[in-house]
Design a protein. Structure first.
Length: 213
């Protein structure tokens, strides 16, 4: 699950900005080159714990497994390499879920408020990152993500394919070849309605597996 998906699921559990920010933080600090994060602030620390619990449940959910498998098979049938097909099936499915959830105003409001909190000095002082050098870059990342909300909501297949190209380029065995990019765009167009149709029951499936606090 991507950081935005984490924010949406966290907002359903506890919409406070600290909890939602905490639910995104492990992914955000990873983007900054940090491997671990903790917080002395109780809501944020609870959100971090929720992130780790959610990640495991999300990837074990029946809906995710079915979508990722179906996506990989669809791409393989169209001559996309095995590594890229599996990567798009995994990462791309998460991206499609993000675009579907971003259409819901309450999720966007919680996401924006959490990112705003990520720029506050008091919140940053409660964080412990490893390596610590990544900490000063967090406010700038939060501002950049807040400014990128229009792109997050853009469901055009060619833009989703472009995001996949950028994301997978760091892994040569998983990267999309130039000839495969248009197929990835076709995949996004084909699978977006399917993800939209299962998004809400999928969230309930994850919530059920997580149980109560």
């Amino acid at each position: 699950m991507n950081f935005f998906g984490h924010a949406c699921l966290a907002a359903r559990r506890d919409p406070s900005a600290g909890f939602v920010l905490g639910a995104m933080l492990p992914d955000l600090v990873n983007m900054l080159g940090a491997s671990r994060v903790s917080s002395t602030r109780a809501p944020t620390a609870a959100g971090i714990r929720f992130h780790h619990a959610t990640d495991h449940v999300f990837h074990e959910s029946q809906t995710f497994k079915e979508l990722a498998h179906a996506s990989s098979a669809w791409l393989r049938e169209r001559a996309v390499s095995r590594g890229a097909a599996r990567a798009v099936g995994h990462v791309g499915t998460e991206m499609l879920l993000d675009t579907c959830l971003s259409a819901k105003a309450p999720f966007l409001l919680s996401y924006r408020e959490a990112l705003n909190l990520g720029t506050h000095t008091a919140e940053l002082e409660g964080l412990c990152l490893s390596p610590i050098e990544a900490a000063p870059n967090l406010p700038a990342l939060c501002v950049a993500l807040r400014n990128a909300i229009p792109q997050l909501r853009d469901q055009r297949p060619e833009l989703i394919a472009a995001r996949l190209v950028r994301t997978l380029a760091r892994r040569p065995r998983l990267a999309l070849k130039p000839s495969e990019v248009s197929v990835a765009s076709d995949w996004a167009q084909h699978f977006t309605p399917r993800v939209q149709s299962v998004a809400e029951p999928w969230l309930r499936e994850i919530e059920s597996a997580l149980g109560e606090d």
